[in-house]
Design a protein around this ligand. Structure first.
Ligand code: PHE
Ligand code: ZN
Length: 888
């Protein structure tokens, strides 16, 4: 691909070029003299040359920092003679065998809107160093395989910054002249620079304790702005549950005397696992029922767990290089998913995780940004914190656990820590530990790390001779950028045979590629382009229930008849597959209607589908959360990612039509289930019963259907819920229903919501997000108005995500309007953000890479916006990489 607009193409970094760093940095002693406009950083490195290698010590740096002085063993070094300084590197010549290097730099945190390195949030200092932020604080080998023992001294004005924090354990504090004070922190565990953190500010603190299985008393602190202190109890509970869970599940205990969490409002990502000092986006710490939803609570628990689990999977054992990012992220996502499953409902957690994987990872794998779980090249590493590295990475770990079994997986984890504690390793090292501990041959399985693309499998079920049942399964892996030819993957398919009275248990005579799992399910090990699996003695009426629990991240097609599909929906013992089946049937119906639209035929809706959904709804009481998932409409995103040949206009229209039809045809049941789940939720929550969450979930799925009728009684109930509810879960669900509705007081009520919560940033985010999802005709001008709202800001990533992110990734029918205005809104926002926060700007480009299902005209319109972006002078590296990939 060629661009006349960019003259110097940023350099690609290749996995194949990896070379170990030729020096050891045994210790680093940092001193920070903090001041918003000019902070002085002194860094003393004790360096040791490894072997006879180079005598040039190369340190990373960046353009936002000035070098004030450089000393080697106390002697001032001279530019050009002793060292060279470029925008990105400091090269020190004639390095002896071992020496001490003292680097003094000055930085301006106040001007740092990129939110990497040292910056200010609400007037408080904080840092973000992953992946390559430390190089904007001082010159250093900023790579994950250089581990060093850090000690830190922080000096700041006592009145403005009473709290001074860094990694490790506190080792002294006191006053100094002029109203200043200092604090010293020592971290005994050697670590890479990306795990460094510093926080200084005026913060309130919630404190608790945890006693580890190894007898250590750990102080737990959660620091926030004073006004947010009351919302930290849930996060604290989640932290203690995480610590307990990791001890019980993996025998892993915490290893420092303090565990500090700081919540900040301005943060590029969700949270960061800095050793002993996690920095969190407030969104994943604060939780109170009147301002956060049940979903928010679940996310807080999950992210608190995630960062805590990184202490072992990420910090004690870290990555050799950034190509190995999934080593820590895939594994840690898997661990946090398992933790949440154990704390709540396993099947609901799995349903939600698979939904998230399909929403974010499948489209990534199918478009211009597709890359393997372990990428082989990048321009900007920050662009690789992706759903593929995180979520598909977690699926890869999950498949290994399925294949070798839970007990062997635990042994593999033990061996992994035994071998690699304290070092920086590769994905290969992890798989090797699993292989050695289990005795399984995982050679072919490793393809999951190197081959991109979502495998597609086709399952054909046949009756063979006698009582034989044969499953013929074939697979193909689609080509992806830079990878045309693919090899067959190892695909573990968990399945069972569903009958009206549970799983069929009489299957025997299994072919050697089938393993019974002992619970009525079997594990089919697919390893070739086409495999056959044979069973004997399966009851003739039993229906294969395939890919239970989504045992592999693949797209599946089967030859099951419609009768069999409905059978799975109604009778499968695997609840996960019941939800999968309703999703499939709903999508099939959407596509059927879309075809009718394209052929200008009358639109019809299957009675059978409505009837089955109605029956599920009537039986809501046994499992309200499951029923809520069975009933949920597949998202617009879902509908277009699995459609074939149709136009998105027809699919969006069909989806809306079907939703409305369901709402009308099940009107009575929806209202009555709405009312009874509303009162069940209420009385359960008074008793403090966690089941209340499940009833609320169902209540609000009913509400969203009810809103589609536009009926008087329904509108009344929406307004009542909006006005009466005391939980944000219900309030927000009502707000969302209101936004789409044509209720007379609509505007007034939306304004009312804002007035009531304007002081609470996270709720204002929800207010922006709800409106970004509007289905109204004038949504583009609504978005424009919101961009001019006094609370909208390009410097706060949460705000950007709630308006621009929601509109472009959650409201596809509005974003993809034929006029192209949606694309223009996004490109304008990206161009503006590029100067403020390139990392976030680059992430916002995601929807511009999802055009493969669009018609030519839309592709042209998107191309035009990409060209505009690429033509910007001084375009940042992260945005360049994303835009040029999308532009192809
Ligand atoms: N490592 C963080 C996590 O997954 C994510 C992160 C990456 C945060 C880069 C900030 C910057 O927990
Ligand atoms: Zn992580």
């Amino acid at each position: 691909m060629k661009f006349d607009v960019i003259d110097t193409q940023p350099k690609e970094i290749l996995l194949a070029d990896y070379a170990a760093y030729p020096f050891a940095i045994d210790t680093i002693a940092l001193t920070f003299k903090l001041s918003p406009a000019e902070t002085i950083v002194t860094s003393k490195l004790s360096c040791r040359r490894l072997g006879q290698a180079s005598t040039v010590l190369e340190l990373n740096g960046g353009p936002y920092m000035s070098l004030l002085s450089l000393h080697m063993d106390g002697v001032l070094l001279e530019a050009e003679k002793d060292y060279d300084l470029s925008e990105e590197h400091l090269r020190v010549y004639n390095a002896p065998k071992s020496f001490e290097l003292t680097v003094v730099t000055s930085i301006n945190p106040q001007e740092n809107t990129r939110l990497e390195g040292l910056y200010l949030s609400s007037g408080n200092f904080c840092t973000q160093c992953e992946a390559e932020g430390f190089r904007h604080i001082t010159y250093y080998p900023d790579r994950p395989d250089v581990l060093s023992v850090f000690s830190v001294r922080i000096e700041a004005l006592m009145e403005d910054y009473p709290v001074l924090l860094s990694n490790g354990n506190p080792a002294g504090a006191g006053e100094i002249a002029g109203g200043y004070h200092y604090a010293i922190w020592n971290d005994p565990h050697p670590k890479p620079a990306y795990l460094f953190a510093l926080v200084a500010g005026n913060l309130a603190c919630l404190t608790d304790k945890f006693h580890t299985s190894l007898g250590r008393d750990v102080t737990l602190n959660i620091y926030t702005l004073e006004k947010d202190q009351a919302k930290c109890d849930y996060a604290m509970g989640a932290l203690k549950r995480s610590m307990q869970w990791d001890e019980e599940t993996y025998g892993l205990a915490y290893d420092l005397d303090v565990y500090n969490i700081v919540a900040v409002s301005d943060f590029n990502m969700g949270a960061m696992e800095n050793k002993g000092l996690n920095v969190f986006n407030t969104k994943y710490v604060l939780a109170s029922p009147d301002t956060e939803t049940d979903t928010d609570f679940a996310h807080v628990e999950g992210v608190i767990g995630h960062e805590y689990f990184h202490n072992w999977t990420g910090n004690r054992v870290t990555c050799r290089d950034w190509f190995q990012l999934s080593l820590k992220e895939g594994l840690t996502v898997y661990r946090d998913q398992e933790f949440s499953s154990d704390m709540g409902s396993r099947v609901i957690k799995r349903i939600d995780d698979v939904k998230a994987l399909r929403a974010a990872q499948f489209p990534e794998d199918a478009g211009p940004f597709a890359h393997p779980v372990r990428p082989e090249k990048y321009i900007e590493i920050n662009n690789f914190y992706t759903a593929t590295v995180y979520n598909k990475g977690a699926e890869v770990i999950r498949m290994m656990a399925t294949i070798i079994g839970q007990a062997a997986f635990r042994k593999g984890m033990d061996l992994y820590f035994e071998r690699h504690d304290g070092s920086a390793v590769t994905c290969e090292d992890f798989v090797q530990a699993m292989e050695d501990a289990s005795g399984f041959d995982l050679r072919q399985f490793r393809l999951w790390y190197s081959q991109a693309g979502t495998p597609e499998i086709k399952v054909d079920v046949k009756k063979g001779q006698g009582s034989k049942t044969i499953l013929s399964v074939s697979q193909t892996v689609p080509s992806t950028p830079g990878q045309d030819m693919k090899k067959p993957m190892v695909i573990p398919i968990v399945m069972g045979f569903a009958t009206e009275h549970g799983d069929c248990l009489s299957a025997q005579g299994l072919s050697s590629n089938i393993r019974p799992l002992g619970n009525g399910s079997f594990l089919l090990m697919m390893t070739q382009g086409a495999d056959e699996f044979t069973f004997e003695g399966v009851e003739p009426t039993a229906v294969p229930s395939l890919l239970r629990g989504f045992s592999a991240p693949v797209e599946m097609e089967t030859t099951l008849s419609e009768l069999q599909q409905y059978f799975i929906l109604n009778f499968d013992t695997d609840s996960f597959n019941r939800v999968e089946m309703s999703d499939l049937l709903l999508k099939k119906e959407v596509y059927k209607i879309a075809e009718q639209i394209e052929a200008s035929q009358t639109k019809t809706v299957s009675n059978k589908l409505i009837k089955s959904l109605g029956q599920c709804l009537e039986a809501y009481e046994r499992d309200p959360a499951l029923i809520s998932s069975i009933l949920s409409m597949p998202s617009e995103n879902d509908c277009i990612s699995s459609m074939k040949r149709l136009s998105i206009d027809a699919v969006f229209e069909a989806r809306q039509f079907l939703g409305k039809k369901i709402a009308h045809r099940l009107r009575k049941s929806l209202q009555s289930v709405y009312l009874s789940s509303r009162s069940a939720a209420k009385s359960l929550s008074l008793k403090g019963d966690k089941q209340a969450v499940h009833f609320r979930r169902l209540q609000n799925v009913c509400l969203s259907y009810m809103a589609k009728t536009g009926g008087h009684a329904e509108n009344r109930l929406i307004v009542d819920q909006f006005q009466d509810s005391t939980t944000m879960t219900n309030k927000l669900a009502a707000l969302q229903a209101l936004v789409h509705s044509s209720i007379g007081k609509r505007k007034q009520l939306i304004r009312h919501f804002y007035k009531a919560y304007r002081k609470d940033e996270l709720v204002v985010d929800k207010w922006f997000a709800a409106q970004a999802l509007s289905t109204h005709e004038n949504v583009h001008s609504e978005i424009a108005l919101l961009q001019n709202h006094r609370d909208f800001s390009y410097t706060n990533p949460n705000r950007i995500r709630s308006l621009i992110g929601m509109f472009t990734m959650g409201n596809l029918s509005a974003f993809h309007r034929r006029c192209g205005k949606g694309y223009e809104i996004l490109a304008n926002a990206i161009l503006k953000l590029d100067d403020i926060n390139p990392q976030v700007a680059a992430r916002m480009l995601t929807p511009l890479g999802r055009y493969h299902k669009l018609d030519k005209e839309r592709q042209v319109l998107i191309g035009k916006q990409l060209k505009r972006i690429l033509a910007k002078e001084g375009l940042s590296k992260p945005v360049y990489e994303m835009a040029s990939k999308a532009y192809e």
